[in-house]
Design a protein around this ligand. Sequence first.
Ligand SMILES: [Zn+2]
Length: 303
Amino acid sequence: MPELWMPGATRMDIGDHQPTDGGPAKAIGHITWDRNASAAKPAALVSYETLASYFGKNSAGQAVAPHLLWNPFTGRVTQFVPANCRSKSLVDSPGGTRTNRAGSVVLQVEALFFPYCTVDGTVYPRLVDTPCKGWPELNAWVRSWGVPDTWPMGRPVDFTSHRSETVWEKQAGWYAHAHVPENDHQDPGSWPAFTTQQQEDDMTPEQATQLKTVYDRLAVAPWTYKGAQTDRDAYNYLVNTDKNAKAAVDSVASLATKVAALEAASLSDAQLAALADKVAAAPALAEAIAEKVAAKLAARLAE
Ligand SMILES: [Zn+2]
C-alpha cells in the first residue's frame, strides 16, 4: 500500500476518519482564495500558519479541511487526514454522488493562493506563476494512490466551471473544484503541469508554427497544431514521439543484452551442428536470422 501520510508533510490529524466509497481514483485541486485581490489592488498572501491552524484546529476549518494544505512558495505541506479517508472541502448535497467520497481515494489539495497575492514584493496573478515548490513530490504521492496524471474535464486555465456528473462518475484523474458536481466554486483557475510531462506550459502560436515548419521540412505526415486533420496537438505529438524513441532504445538495449548472452555461451561442435540442422529445417527461422544479419549490416553501414 502507498503511504497513508505524504512523506515530508507535517501531520496534523483532525480525526473523524471515514472511508471513501470506491470507484475511479481522484484528486481535487483547490486554492484557499482567502482574499479578493486584483491587478489594480494586489494583497499580501495569508500566512501558511494561519491556514494550517484554521484547517487543523478551528472547528469551522476542520469541517471543510482538505487532505493537504500546500504552500507553493515554500513547498511546505500539512496533511489533516490519511489518504484513504474522505476529506471535507467539497460541498456534498443530499442525493447523487457523495463528492468527498466518490473514488477509491478523493485526495483534496488546497494550494495556499489567491489571484494577485503578493509575496516578497512580487504579484502572482495565477497559481502557475508561483514557484510551485514541492509540486513534484505532491504529484508523485497522489499518483502513488492510483490517480492518473490526467484532467478528465480539462486542465483548469481560468475560473469558469465545467461539470459533468457522468465524467465524474466514470473517470479517474485530477479535477478542479470548478469541475465537481453539486459545487459552485470556480477555483483553482490554474494548476501546475504534471511532473511526468516535459514541458511546463502549452506552446505559444509562434512556437507551434516553428515546430510545424520543422516537421514539414522533415516530410513527416502532414498535421496542423490542433488542426482539423488530427486529434493530437503538437505537444501530444512530441510526447509520443519521445515515448516511441525511448521504447525503441529500450528494445535495442534488451536485444543487445540477449546477443551478449548468446556470445558468452560457448557451444560445442555438436551443439552448433544441431543448431545448423534446426535452422536448415525451418525456412522461417533461417529467414528471420538472415533479416537480422541484414539489419545489422545496414546499421553498421549507416554508422
Ligand atoms: Zn475549492
